[in-house]
Design a protein around this ligand. Structure first.
Ligand SMILES: C[S@@+](CC[C@H](N)C(=O)[O-])C[C@H]1O[C@@H](n2cnc3c(N)ncnc32)[C@H](O)[C@@H]1O
Length: 397
């Protein structure tokens, strides 16, 4: 019996299903079956879809570079002002007419642009979405810089890649002295996070009504973009932000510019070595846990549990593993991105639930978000302490 079939680990029912699956796999791996399926009327459409999906996987990098060219040449901004011919685009971008036409044809094929009357080109469905969400262009530029980390994915998997561009870009990952990082090391990622925050903040704040709380502490809150979005929704909400000192200094400036200096308290420190501020009845960690290994995450969750009042809530927002319909985002994209960064991993709802329980939370659940690609939302409540834990807490305080 092949090694992969371990009856002891399976129920008899699962064993039968597994055997059927292996037989199907053998069939699907046969070139003859493929030729037949591509010709047979009832399987033809499925065969074409799967062939296209496989081609897209092989070609994904080239598609991404078409998008990068569009971003660098500001194609979407130009088309947003009105349709252009290839000749007009050539004049605006300094490309030859031929190259402009080649780029536009590729963009049409990827639904970034669309053909219009008179041989002109306008925005396509996805190009319009790029205009609506300017933060995506920053992510595309960012990818342009870090793709070299993925040149040898097997070396990455074997841990043989050495220093990667991503570990330099996110210098707190695995840095025992993250609190000492200066603005020169944190400014780039803080700006990138701020640019992509509107996508995330709207999704989170539409999902969870922060206005029912008194004070929101955003741990790893970056330049405060999320808190400012929360403040707009909840005028009476007090704001607290905790992040590395250099990032906290940025947040202080941004709050002052937004006229929120009196409403927002900002604390600089690293959660591994500095205490979190007290007073909040809602704590958010937005795109933070997945950046860290399990030990650090457990330490942070316990620290949050310790500061929350009995009616408090923890709000977690980040991409997660195993989300139906978003598997490539959580498991392929973030799985590999975080591997190149050198710390953290996307976690499933079940894994986060286990960690939250172990850290002393209860009433743990995932809230449905409209687009659960980059942002899934989970909430948890502090579990009432057992008498033993209460005694221990009194002794420790
Ligand atoms: C991926 S960014 C997310 C920022 C923000 N929450 C957002 O979604 O835009 C992670 C944030 O966690 C902060 N961070 C990382 N390690 C930290 C630590 N040990 N203590 C406090 N903040 C930390 C980083 O400085 C950064 O601002």
């Amino acid at each position: 019996m092949p090694d992969t079939l371990r009856p002891s680990a399976m129920t008899p029912h699962e064993g039968v299903i597994e055997r059927i699956r292996q037989a199907a796999e053998r069939l699907l791996s046969s070139p003859r079956f493929h030729r037949w399926a591509a010709a047979f009327p009832l399987t033809r459409h499925k065969a074409r879809r799967e062939a296209r999906a496989l081609f897209d996987l092989c070609a994904g990098f080239v598609y991404s570079q078409v998008l990068l060219a569009c971003v660098r040449l500001k194609l979407f901004e130009l088309l947003a002002d009105g349709p252009l011919s290839a000749q007009q685009l050539a004049l605006r971008t300094g490309l030859s007419r031929d190259a402009a036409e080649r780029l536009l044809d590729a963009a049409v094929a990827l639904r970034l642009a669309s053909r219009r009357a008179g041989g002109r080109y306008g925005l396509g469905m996805l190009g319009a979405a790029m205009v609506a969400n300017p933060g995506i262009a920053d992510m595309v530029e960012h990818h342009g810089r870090v793709y070299r980390d993925f040149e040898d994915p097997v070396a990455l998997l074997r841990g043989l890649s050495g220093a990667t561009a991503l570990s330099g870009y996110w210098p707190y990952a695995g840095n025992a002295d993250a609190a000492a990082l200066d603005d020169g090391r944190t400014a780039d990622y803080t700006a990138l996070m701020a640019a992509s925050q509107p996508l995330v903040a709207d999704e989170v704040l539409d999902t969870y009504p922060v206005a029912m709380h008194r004070c929101l502490l955003d741990v790893g809150g970056g330049d405060g973009s999320f808190l400012r979005a929360a403040a707009r929704r909840a005028p009476d909400l007090k704001l607290q932000l905790f992040d590395l000192p250099a990032v906290a200094a940025q947040a202080r400036l941004r709050f002052a510019e937004a006229g929120l200096a009196a409403r927002a308290e900002v604390f600089g420190g690293a959660f591994q070595t500095h205490a979190l501020p007290r007073g909040a009845d809602l704590v958010s960690v937005v795109r933070v846990l997945h950046d860290h290994d399990d030990d650090d995450v457990m330490q942070l969750l316990r620290a949050i549990r310790a500061l929350l009042p009995p009616d408090g809530t923890l709000l977690i927002a980040e991409p997660m593993s195993g989300v139906a319909g978003a598997e490539p985002v959580g498991d392929a994209y973030f799985g590999f991105y975080l591997m190149a960064m050198g710390r953290g991993r996307p976690r499933s709802e079940a894994r986060l639930t286990d960690m939250l329980r172990a850290a002393g939370f209860c009433q743990i659940g995932r809230l449905p978000t409209r687009i659960p690609l980059q942002t899934c939302v989970m909430v948890a409540r502090p579990r009432p302490l057992t008498p033993d834990e209460e005694r221990c807490k009194e002794r420790c305080n």
